[in-house]
Design a protein around this ligand. Structure first.
Ligand code: C2E
Ligand code: CA
Ligand code: CA
Length: 560
């Protein structure tokens, strides 16, 4: 089976351009002349296509038909022009003569049965579309693909096909900026170009507003599918001219090939969608072929999301605590709360095994508020146990998703009220990326938090995009030096210089510094020399669950 040649593709594009031209007709006389010129161009354009093209008037009278269409039906072109479209219609199938239906839906796609001159019938795929004149529809263009081959292929064993989903990149932007009717016309033009580049046996349908589904038949292998995808992308690469305006579009394509294991068409569609999402993530105008690794990863992610929801319901989350020390006295000032997940089958999970999905799904909000409440309650207990003269502090990580919740300040205030923890004993840790994402609203938010009297810490400092010009405007109390800098102190040239610089910067901005991830005596000594204020790390104590933390706090001197 051959694919349409490039020349034919260009003709298809020409057909679209002509349709656009027809739409701009402004009076009947000029309209007729232009229509005639256009028809001549059309005739030339579609002569060599092997998809049938027929134009009828609104009564169903055939104004034009191309050789492919005539041949498919066993007629000559002359025998058809002037006849009613009903001539092509099988007795049991009245679909063909449905101008009214087309006028209603504008683009109408269906499978039908057509009759040949000798009375035999064959399956076809028809796509009809109105040609708009200045006062509404003036004609109907129908493309007709012979489905005989496809139907036969379905009955063959081990033939391969590919399901492709094509999504127009940034269609929403076009729609929003140029209007919905412009967007609709663009989609119709896109559909025409795509349809023309497929083989008669391929099926084509619109799946949602800016998404098309293509069933490419008889694909030999993945290379075949890639070829079709590239062809479609190339074809869409030429500009579209709509209402005299030129637009460029690109598309992303997800592909699932009917290799093994599929028992239901839905599965292919699902996998093509997954591949599409992957393609979108790679950037505009990409395509991806679904593979099993992708499938397994998707299933694992979905499972994780389900488990996370259930974990919240069943209270499977735990709060671990890591003591924080003053570097001058080496006494404990407080702890940082770090979340863990006691998964029923997989055991105790660290944040890097579930936090990304929790962030993506927004579940981090619920988890984060739970940790805050839990840790405030626990810290109050420790304060009571240890005596209150220099109250133990609590550091809690706040996700960007929590930080941007409109009621975040109220929630934090409520949790402090309910648990009885003094606001000045609570340190909220936020990464620079979460804060700098949108600096102005962040500034407002931080000021409101500051008004609660809590302390604000910038976590992972030095790894994100903190803009120094903003830093001094933010009401931040402490910079947390990321453990990547602390860890390479003394081993990687320059790492201690970075730490020294951060400490100096903090001092100049009237901020404190905490070093995280201290693992060795040497690092500890260096940090003390550099006059960093506080530190935490496995060298002192790794994060531990609350009972172990209670023991640790009892047995170690605290800052008083
Ligand atoms: P982070 O806020 O930078 O927390 C410090 C991380 O360093 C913790 O990892 C801690 O266990 C680890 N750590 C402590 N001492 C050492 C050390 O000496 N050496 C090394 N190599 N690592 C050390 P963890 O507990 O796995 O948490 C990872 C990240 O997950 C945290 O990084 C934080 O960004 C996030 N996270 C943890 N709990 C929460 C939470 O309740 N809410 C939110 N939003 N994020 C959390
Ligand atoms: Ca932290
Ligand atoms: Ca960190």
């Amino acid at each position: 089976m051959t694919l349409p040649s490039e020349a034919q593709e260009h003709k298809a594009a020409e057909l679209t351009a002509m349709r656009e031209l027809l739409e701009q007709l402004d009076n009947a006389e000029q309209g007729r002349q232009q229509a005639e010129t256009a028809l001549k161009r059309l005739e030339r354009a579609v002569e060599s296509m092997h998809i049938g093209v027929t134009i009828t008037d609104l009564e169903g009278k055939i104004l034009y038909t191309n050789p492919a269409d005539a041949e498919m039906h066993g007629y000559t072109v002359d025998e058809l022009v002037g006849e009613n479209i009903g001539i092509l219609e099988a007795p049991e199938d009245r679909n063909r003569q449905s101008v009214e239906q087309v006028l209603k839906v504008r683009v109408w796609e269906r499978e039908a049965v057509d009759a040949r001159k000798d009375g035999t019938t064959f399956p076809v795929l028809l796509i009809s579309d109105c040609v708009q004149g200045p006062d509404g529809p003036v004609a109907v263009v129908t493309t007709c693909g012979n489905l005989t081959e496809r139907k036969r292929a379905r009955r063959q064993k081990n033939y391969m096909f590919a399901v492709m989903i094509l999504n127009i990149d940034r269609f929403q932007v076009i729609n929003d900026s140029l209007g919905h009717s412009f967007g609709d016309q663009l989609l119709i033009s896109v559909a025409h170009r795509l349809h023309a580049c497929l083989r008669p046996t391929d099926a084509f349908a619109r799946l949602s507003s800016d998404e098309f589904g293509i069933l490419a038949e008889d694909i030999n292998n993945e290379t075949g599918a890639t070829r079709v995808a590239n062809r479609m992308k190339d074809l869409l690469g030429a500009p579209f001219i709509i209402d005299g305006q030129e637009v460029f579009v690109s598309a992303s394509i997800g592909i699932a090939v009917s290799t093994n294991g599929y028992t239901h068409p839905d599965q292919l569609l699902r996998d093509a969608h997954l591949a599409l999402r992957r393609a979108k993530a790679r950037g505009e105008s990409s395509h991806e072929i679904f593979d099993t690794a992708m499938h397994q990863k998707a299933v694992a992610l979905l499972q994780l999301e389900t488990d996370l929801r259930r974990g919240l319901e069943r209270q499977e989350f735990r709060t671990f605590y890591q003591p924080i020390f003053a570097l001058d006295t080496l006494q404990i000032t407080g702890t940082e709360a770090l979340v863990r997940w006691e998964h029923p089958h997989r055991g105790l999970l660290a944040p890097d095994q579930f936090l990304a999905v929790a962030e993506e799904t927004g579940l981090i909000q619920e988890i984060g508020w739970w940790v805050l409440r839990e840790a405030c309650t626990q810290t109050r207990k420790w304060q009571a146990m240890l005596g209150d003269e220099a109250p133990l502090t609590l550091s809690v990580n706040l996700s960007g998703r929590q930080f941007t919740q409109p009621d975040a300040v109220k929630r934090i205030g409520n949790i402090l009220d309910e648990t009885g923890l003094e606001p000045e004993n609570l340190m909220l840790e936020m990464t620079e990326t979460a804060i700098m994402n949108d600096a102005e609203p962040a500034l407002r938010m931080l000021s409101q938090l500051k008004a609660l009297n809590v302390q604000l810490h910038m976590d992972d400092f030095g790894t994100g995009y903190a803009s120094l010009s903003y830093l001094h405007r933010f009401p931040i109390d402490t910079l947390k030096i990321d453990r990547s800098f602390v860890g390479s102190m003394g081993t990687r040239a320059g790492a201690s210089e970075i730490v020294r610089t951060i400490v100096a910067l903090a001092k100049n901005l009237n901020m404190h510094t905490i070093a995280e991830g201290v693992e060795t005596e040497e690092q500890l000594d260096l940090l003390r020399t550099l006059e960093c204020d506080l530190a935490q790390g496995n060298h002192f104590c790794p994060p531990v669950e609350q009972d172990a933390a209670t023991v640790f706090l009892r047995e170690h001197p605290r800052e008083r």
